[in-house]
Design a binder for this molecule. Structure first.
Ligand SMILES: Nc1nc2c(ncn2[C@@H]2O[C@H](COP(=O)(O)OP(=O)(O)OP(=O)(O)O)[C@@H](O)[C@H]2O)c(=O)[nH]1
Ligand SMILES: [Mg+2]
Length: 170
């Protein structure tokens, strides 16, 4: 929650996203005034002219009935995690495991947000903890407010569809 899904989708969207934001009555922080109660949706045109559909779904377990609706046929899945979250490794691994089962065909990546607000956060340590659990996937910092960073993560993810080992050399 609050990892930046709505912000990221809005950052790179070609159109006004479909959003389901509701005011948070019991404000956790002053900057976060709304939360997504269902999902975010938008689209962005790729360089190839294809339309990429973007869906943002909450990661809380009690909303997991929505996950298959977006995971089925998905090209790629980004797990966004707020670096400030104390259980960031466990919660990311849990989501990767759940979505991996729902979308075995998809490519995966992890975007870590709010690292600028998280003292002592080390990306390498976080990535290694996921690696130890068997998740060998791109893991990068991403400020959801910065379109260029969101765009880069999405393009990295899409490029992984074509990733295979190199052909044997001579
Ligand atoms: N400082 C900082 N703020 C960030 C960064 N990434 C996102 N934010 C802010 O963090 C907040 C994220 O809020 P949302 O986009 O609503 O997050 P969400 O994942 O959609 O949240 P829920 O729908 O409630 O689960 C926004 O205020 C963003 O501006 C970052 O890298 N650094
Ligand atoms: Mg949201």
């Amino acid at each position: 929650m609050g990892a930046g899904k709505t912000t990221a989708i809005r950052s790179i969207s070609d159109r006004e996203p479909v959003s389901t934001e509701m005011p948070i009555s019991d404000e956790v922080t002053s900057e976060k005034t709304h939360t997504t109660v269902a999902l975010d949706y938008s689209s962005v045109e790729l360089e190839t002219g294809e339309l990429l559909h973007l869906y943002g779904v909450p990661g809380q377990g009690y909303l997991d009935f929505m996950w298959p609706m977006v995971a089925e046929g998905a090209l790629g899945i980004v797990v966004l995690v707020n670096a400030q979250q104390a259980d960031r490794v466990d919660s990311t691994a849990h989501l990767l495991q759940r979505f991996g089962a729902l979308a075995p065909q998809a490519c995966f990546a992890v975007g870590v947000t709010r690292t600028d607000l998280t003292d002592g956060f080390a990306l390498a340590t976080f990535r290694d903890a996921l690696l130890e659990r068997g998740y060998r996937i791109p893991v990068m910092r991403m400020d959801a407010r910065q379109p260029i960073q969101v765009d880069f993560l999405i393009k990295t993810l899409l490029s992984y569809q074509y990733a295979r080992s190199l052909p044997p050399g001579d």
